[in-house]
Design a protein around this ligand. Structure first.
Ligand SMILES: *Cc1c(COP(=O)(O)O)cnc(C)c1O
Length: 373
C-alpha cells in the first residue's frame, strides 16, 4: 500500500460480538425474560466474582451508577470529601457530586498518568472519607501505597476500574484490591453489554446493602416495604446475556489487546518523540486504549491526530483535566500541571481486538511517516 493511499476507516474501538453473544441474547428474548429477572444476571455476576477472585459481584445498569451505588453503600455523603485524580472521565467526579460529598482533585504522575500517592497524602483533611483511584486506560495505580495511606487515615477506597478489567497489581485483579471496585461495560470498553456496569465487594454487609439499594431500596423479604431511599440501577437479563458470552471470551480478548499494545511498542520504539504510558513493574495492563505522549517541543498530539485522520485512522485525545472545566473548577485549589500537560500531548491509538495485522502495520507506517517526513 502506498504511503498516501487512504485505508478503510479504522475506528479506535469497536465491540467484538463473535462468540455466544447472539445465541444467549436470543435465548433471553425467547424465554421472555428481557427485564432484570432471569438467569443471565446471576450467571454474569458469578463469572465476574470468580474471574476477579472476590466473593461478591453486583451487576448494574452502567459504570457511572456502579460508582454512585458503591459510594452510597459505603455511607459517603454530604460533609465528606473524596480524593480523585484530575485526569479521568467525568463520570468519576459526577458520581461523587451526586452523593453530596465534595470531590478533591489531585494531580497525576507524568509517566503512569495515574493519581500520585504523595499528592493524595497532602490532600487529606479531617473530612476525607475515601480515595477514588482510577486505573487510567487499563494501567494499575500504585495500590500498595494507596492502601497504606487509606489504612493509616481510616479511609475507604473505591477503585474506578471502568477501563481496566483483567489488569493486575501484585497478582490481584484491579477492582479487587480495595473495599469496592467498579467496572463499565459500555460499548467501547474492554468487554461490553451495550450499557452496563458492575461492583466488586469484599464485605458481605456492604454488598447486601448495595443489592437492596439497586432495587429501589426495597426489603428483600417484605415486598413494597422500603428500608432505604433506593434506586433502580438494575441490569437487564438481555444485557447480562451478552455479558456472559463476553466473559466466556475474556482471556482471548485480553491476550489480543496485549498483543496489539506490544506490536505498537515494538514497532514505534525508535520514534524518540513517542513515549508510551508506563506500566508499573508490579502490575500488568490490559490496555483498554494504547496511549502515548508526544514529547516534542514543536508539536502536540493534535498534529499526529489530524495526520492519522487524513488517512481514515481514528484516535482519541486524552480527557481534559477536570479542573479546567468551569463546572469542576472549584474542586481544585492548586495548579494541576501534569494533567494539563498530558492532556495536551496525549492520544490513544486504535485498540480493538478486531484490528488486523495489516491494519496495525498501516497505522504504524503512517505514524512513522508523520515523524520521519
Ligand atoms: C467509562 C467510564 C466510566 C463510566 O462508565 P459508563 O458505563 O459509561 O457509565 C467511569 N469511569 C471511567 C474512568 C470510565 O472510563
Amino acid at each position: 500500500m502506498s504511503q498516501l493511499e487512504k485505508t478503510e476507516w479504522i475506528p479506535i474501538m469497536e465491540p467484538s460480538l463473535v462468540g455466544n453473544e447472539l445465541k444467549y441474547a436470543t435465548e433471553a428474548i425467547q424465554s421472555g425474560w428481557i427485564s432484570s429477572q432471569g438467569p443471565f444476571v446471576t450467571k454474569f455476576e458469578n463469572q465476574l466474582a470468580q474471574f476477579n477472585g472476590v466473593e461478591y459481584a453486583l451487576a448494574v445498569s452502567n459504570g457511572t451508577v456502579a460508582l454512585h451505588l458503591a459510594l452510597v453503600s459505603l455511607g459517603i455523603g454530604t460533609g465528606d470529601e473524596v480524593i480523585l485524580p484530575d485526569l479521568t472521565f467525568a463520570a468519576s467526579i459526577n458520581s461523587i457530586i451526586y452523593t453530596g460529598a465534595k470531590p478533591v482533585l489531585v494531580d497525576v504522575d507524568k509517566d503512569t498518568f495515574n493519581i500520585d500517592p504523595d499528592l493524595i497524602k497532602k490532600a487529606i483533611t479531617p473530612k476525607t472519607k475515601a480515595i477514588m483511584p482510577v486505573h487510567l486506560y487499563g494501567n494499575p495505580c500504585q495500590m500498595d501505597l494507596i492502601n497504606i495511606i487509606a489504612k493509616e487515615n481510616n479511609l475507604f477506597i473505591i477503585e474506578d476500574s471502568a477501563e481496566s478489567i483483567g489488569s493486575e497489581f501484585m497478582n490481584s485483579k484491579l477492582g479487587s484490591l480495595s473495599d469496592v471496585g467498579t467496572f463499565s461495560f459500555y460499548g467501547n470498553k474492554t468487554i461490553t453489554t451495550g450499557e452496563g456496569g458492575a461492583i466488586l465487594f469484599r464485605d458481605k454487609k456492604i454488598y447486601e446493602k448495595a443489592k437492596i439499594l439497586r432495587d429501589h431500596g426495597m426489603s428483600p423479604t417484605k415486598r413494597y416495604w422500603h428500608d432505604y431511599v433506593g434506586f433502580n440501577y438494575r441490569i437487564t437479563n438481555l444485557q447480562a446475556a451478552i455479558g456472559v458470552a463476553q466473559m466466556e471470551r475474556i482471556e482471548e480478548i485480553i491476550s489480543r489487546k496485549i498483543e496489539i499494545a506490544q506490536f505498537y511498542k515494538k514497532n514505534l520504539k525508535e520514534i524518540r518523540e513517542i513515549k508510551f504510558q508506563e506500566i508499573p513493574n508490579t502490575g500488568t495492563s490490559t490496555y483498554w486504549l494504547v496511549s502515548i505522549i508526544i514529547e516534542d517541543d514543536d508539536r502536540n498530539s493534535l498534529g499526529l491526530m489530524n495526520h492519522l485522520k487524513s488517512f481514515n485512522i481514528d484516535t482519541r485525545p486524552f480527557f481534559f483535566p477536570l479542573s479546567e472545566m468551569p463546572v469542576y473548577k472549584s474542586y481544585s485549589d492548586s495548579n494541576l500541571n501534569v494533567s494539563k500537560k498530558l492532556s495536551l500531548n496525549g492520544l490513544s491509538l486504535p485498540s480493538f481486538i478486531g484490528l488486523s495485522d495489516l491494519e496495525l502495520e498501516t497505522i504504524v507506517s503512517k505514524i512513522k511517516n508523520y515523524f520521519n517526513g
